[in-house]
Design a protein around this ligand. Sequence first.
Ligand SMILES: *Cc1c(COP(=O)(O)O)cnc(C)c1O
Length: 246
Amino acid sequence: MVQKRQTHSMSSIADNIGSVTRRIQKATVAAGRDPDSVHLLAVSKTRPPEAIRAAVAAGQTAFGENYLQEALEKIDALQDLSELEWHFIGPIQSNKTRQIAESFAWVHSVDRLKIARRLSEQRPDGLPALNICLQVNINNEASKSGCRLEQLPELVDAIGELPNLSLRGLMAIPNPDQPEGELRLSFRKLAGTLRALKQAHPEAGPLDTLSMGMSGDLETAIAEGATWVRVGTAVFGAREKKPAQG
Ligand SMILES: *Cc1c(COP(=O)(O)O)cnc(C)c1O
């Protein structure tokens, strides 16, 4: 029975990637942006390696994971697929930085200097600089991770000095319950913040990346300048409840 259900979901993953890709293209064109300027990060948390293989067969190469232990198991199980690019997008405990620095190409969820320092120190020799985004708590929600906007200038200066990191930009998860107009303003605020930081701190890193937009709001995020949209449900289907944090 499990076998049958999986066979069905595997074939729909390819269809889903096709329709998400068309949504991205349409929104990018509508915004008058370069078609190559928006990338799809397939968020594979809670999904088995076979689901990722199905996505790879449909041409997807970048995958986002939130839970380290779960991610490491999948990275190991998929080692034969050498072209994969792994992005860490979950909350980071400082005792987990070494494995993140060793196994990922990108980290979207850096929100304090201590974590950035450890990632830089622990990035293995021989690997390219680790691409990072600073996660911003854009709606100042008490329950959310991410730094405050006011902390960014100092963080950007300090992180710009770290040798093994490439500071690519900003990431946010706006409160999805706000009205569409306010959601749009949250994305716009993140984009404006990135522009200002790039101007004020030109040496800190490329600062060319806005990681914003998910299954339900990727069009709005792209209209406001997203360069990575992080999409789980619309690629892999509805998630069951999340596993214990690892
Ligand atoms: C789960 C998750 C996503 C994907 O959310 P969907 O609504 O399933 O597309 C994106 N970003 C982060 C940080 C996530 O944890």
